[in-house]
Design a protein around this ligand. Structure first.
Ligand SMILES: Cc1ncc(COP(=O)(O)O)c(C=O)c1O
Ligand SMILES: N[C@@H](CCOP(=O)(O)O)C(=O)O
Length: 466
């Protein structure tokens, strides 16, 4: 499989190349040159497979020519071996026609582990094969960082530098990152928002000399491998609920648009997905876009669901590229305009096609709190502040006869204060994290200035190499 850039100015590359490159040289995002397709019989043959085997089958076409299927299966089996639920991604019903799929049974209690546990192993495999080293730079609003640090800590061929917005994650999220003291891990607390962190990462990639000198790589969902590894759980849920002989819809609490993009990718591969529902918090740019073609970035406001405190959703570019008929020039023009003006004028016809498939619902903090309380009272289900927004979106947009699956993206114990305020229950951390608040923290505060961040990345990498 070859990959092309959404901005059309980078050469087509193999899966191994784009895994290590992360972002295309022209600032665009890589997309598969063609969509792999599975027939109804092929989907049926995946029913009942253990999760790792299912994941390897679904992802194999994306890695064709780079990772052989037997190696991929082995890496998937290793990646999902330490999850704390035998189903890996258990599905449970909370209301008539409304299901929740729990994606937080990995080591850091968030859905990011689903992809990151595999990425850690894929990077090791490809770097060893090529005898290379890389520096991973990542931006996090809380969960990607801890999942990446957990997956990559102690690995010899890479240094990892994670930028989080100072004071804007939950204490549990911050400590999950900053208490990992391995030499190859550097945590930077940026004086800004998640969008600033993401911009800084993109600016480091745009600085060609720095990018090449540091051999930069990315594990945010700008890296296609992240999206590929998030597709299989949608397949698992749909097959469990009757696909390919029955349609299924999904509701996804959304920030950077990576998770819901994976659901859409599954649909492109032939999975019968009827509808996709975006859940937003007060940072509701995607919901405003889906409801009224209003893609105007506002100032980011902190919320009870900090991992979704985002205004610039990187993966929207991939959707746009596809709905523009893969017109890279038009896509690049819209993205450049958005960066310059903070507003994107998506042509009405393009918006209407997106609107036919996606809907959006935004909840403010007050509504999030009442929703946590209500879901708990009615269904005895304790949903974290991100998950509950997806549940609310799923309930609003479900069609009779079509099961709606809401993605549970984080364990409630990551956001204990919000859960206690809503229900009076203080969710305890699992035993592996029970001493989290006793552990030593290490991080460096940096201003939201590219030169300062590049210096900090360089010194983190140097310290690791000595
Ligand atoms: C708990 C949680 N829910 C939802 C999201 C939003 O997912 P995405 O950025 O893929 O849209 C995130 C962060 O990415 C998250 O950490
Ligand atoms: N919510 C995320 C933000 C980064 O998203 P990613 O999927 O692009 O890595 C986080 O928790 O860090």
């Amino acid at each position: 499989m070859k990959y092309v850039s959404t901005r059309g100015q980078a050469p087509a590359r193999s899966f191994s190349d784009i895994l290590l490159a992360g972002l295309a040289e022209d600032g665009g995002l890589f997309m598969p040159e063609a969509w792999p397709q599975f027939t109804a019989d092929e989907w049926r043959s995946m029913r009942g497979l253990p999760y790792a085997a299912l994941a390897a089958r679904v992802m194999a076409p994306f890695m064709a020519g780079s990772i052989n299927p037997a190696t991929l299966l082995h890496l998937c089996e290793e990646a999902y071996a330490n999850f704390d639920h035998s189903a890996i991604v258990p599905l449970l019903q909370i209301e008539d026609g409304l299901f929740v799929q729990e994606l937080f049974h990995g080591p850091t209690l968030a859905f990011k582990d689903m992809a990151m546990q595999l990425l850690g192993r894929l990077f090791d495999h490809v770097l060893t094969e090529r005898n290379e080293r890389v520096t991973i730079v990542g931006a996090t609003s809380g969960d990607t960082g801890s999942a990446a640090i957990e997956a990559f800590k102690g690995r010899e061929r890479l240094s990892v530098v994670i930028l989080h917005p100072e004071g804007r994650t939950s204490d549990v999220q911050r400590r999950q990152m900053t208490t990992v003291l391995d030499a190859n891990i550097t945590n930077l607390a940026v004086q800004g928002t998640f969008d600033d962190c993401q911009d800084l990462v993109k600016a480091m990639f745009a600085d060609t000399a720095f990018r090449e000198d540091m051999r930069l790589s990315a594990v945010n969902s700008i890296n296609w491998a992240r999206i590929a590894a998030q597709i299989p759980y949608y397949v698992y849920a749909a097959l469990s609920l009757g696909a390919p002989d029955r349609e299924v819809s999904f509701a996804v609490p959304t920030g950077n648009f990576g998770n819901i993009l994976a659901a859409w990718a599954a649909r492109k591969m032939g999975l019968p997905v009827r509808h996709l529902c975006v859940g937003s918090n007060r940072n509701d740019i995607l919901t405003r876009f889906l409801n009224a073609n209003d893609m105007t970035a506002h100032t980011v406001v902190p919320s009870l669901s900090p991992s979704m405190d985002i205004q610039v959703s990187s993966n929207f570019e991939r959707l746009l590229f596809e709905f523009l008929g893969r017109d890279a020039k038009a896509c690049a023009a819209l993205m450049t305009g958005f960066r310059q003006t903070g507003k994107m004028d998506v042509p009405d016809t393009v918006w209407a096609s997106i609107h036919g498939l996606f809907s959006g619902l935004a909840l403010d903090d007050e509504a999030t709190t009442s929703e946590i309380r209500e879901v708990h009272q009615k269904s005895q289900y304790l949903a974290d502040p991100h998950t509950v927004i997806g549940i609310a979106a799923g309930r609003k947009f479900r069609h009779p006869g079509v099961p709606m699956v809401a993605m549970a993206t984080a364990h409630p114990a990551k956001f204990p204060d919000a859960i206690r305020a809503a229900t009076g229950i203080f969710p305890a951390l699992p035993p592996s994290l029970a001493d989290l608040f006793d552990r030593e923290e290490r991080f460096r505060v940096v201003p939201n200035v590219i030169e300062a961040v590049e210096d900090a990345v360089r010194s983190g990498v140097l310290a690791n190499n000595h």
